[in-house]
Design a protein around this ligand. Structure first.
Ligand SMILES: NC(=O)c1ccc[n+]([C@@H]2O[C@H](COP(=O)([O-])OP(=O)(O)OC[C@H]3O[C@@H](n4cnc5c(N)ncnc54)[C@H](O)[C@@H]3O)[C@@H](O)[C@H]2O)c1
Length: 261
């Protein structure tokens, strides 16, 4: 017996949908039947994702959206509900890396990472719950990282931000469930995934040492390869669907065994 995930009639909003994991998540949710609002600070990237979804027969819209700005969040949610007819799935995916030694991290560097990676997720949760409750159900999926579970050198700000997302997810899950809202909240913790963000992990690595660094990063994953955006999008698809209806406040680790050591 096979059981396909069917998200027909559901509406999703994916932040940072113009690249990497966000793009793949938007395409995967759309291929399961969801209508998808693809939001990004980079509108051209979001529009490319919409074109890919439409070419595959799906329904999507692109919205310019800086996740740090509350008024842009309110507008993005309003446009999604008005255009696509509701809001059931929120993927708080937009994020940035910062690879620097602590003495080199300026206060503005640190604030920028916390603003986008933490405040952006907080505003997403704050602005979507009323629309989700009105839509009858909700699944909020927050992108944390293995860096929200274990430390990594040269990533103090990034680890702080992803650890915050992990516990904000649990606090929100408890608050919404306790208030009787039909909204689940879970976090996803990818290992190293081959997206444009992986370039940030190569900061300061001389050209002749790139292959060696990639081999080192690969070796940290006992499963023997780096992750692909589709590995994470499939976990997001599961959390978005009713197959995960008993999961809230969970941390879903998709890391090829990296944190099992
Ligand atoms: N790639 C990895 O190895 C990895 C590992 C663990 C966790 N993650 C997390 O997954 C998420 C997606 O990462 P990715 O690898 O696809 O990165 P990416 O750089 O390919 O894509 C990030 C997207 O976020 C957008 N963005 C950046 N700042 C924004 C803002 N202020 N408002 C709206 N959009 C903004 C960018 O324009 C881009 O389209 C991030 O939260 C990241 O921290 C990635």
């Amino acid at each position: 017996m096979t059981q396909a995930i069917d998200l027909s009639g559901r509406v999703a909003l994916v932040t940072g949908a113009g690249s990497g994991i966000g793009r793949q998540a938007a395409e995967t949710l759309a291929s399961a039947g969801a209508a998808v609002a693809c939001t990004d600070i980079n509108l051209a990237g979001a529009q490319e994702t919409v074109a890919l979804i439409e070419a595959a027969g799906g329904r999507a819209i692109a919205i310019t959206h800086d996740v740090v700005e509350e008024d842009q969040w309110e507008a993005a949610v309003r446009t999604t509900v008005d255009t696509l007819g509701g809001l059931h799935i929120m993927v708080n995916n937009a994020g940035i890396e910062l690879v620097k030694n602590i003495p080199d991290i300026s206060v503005s560097d640190f604030r920028r990472v916390m603003d986008i990676n933490v405040m952006g997720v907080f505003l997403g949760i704050k602005c979507c719950t009323a629309a989700m409750a009105a839509s009858g159900s909700g699944s909020i999926i927050n992108l944390s990282s293995v860096a929200g579970l274990i430390g990594a050198p040269r990533q103090a700000a990034y680890c702080a931000s992803k650890g915050a997302v992990r516990l904000m997810t649990k606090a929100t899950a408890l608050e919404l469930a306790g208030a009787g809202h039909p909204i689940r909240v879970n976090s996803v913790h990818p290992g190293i995934i081959e997206t444009p963000m992986m370039e940030d992990l190569m900061t300061g690595v001389p050209e002749e040492q790139r292959a060696q660094r990639i081999a080192l990063m690969t070796s940290r994953h006992p499963i023997g390869r780096l992750g692909q955006a589709s590995d994470i999008a499939n976990a997001i698809l599961y959390l978005a669907s009713d197959l995960s209806s008993f999961m809230t406040g969970s941390e879903v680790v998709v890391d090829g065994g990296l944190t099992a050591n």
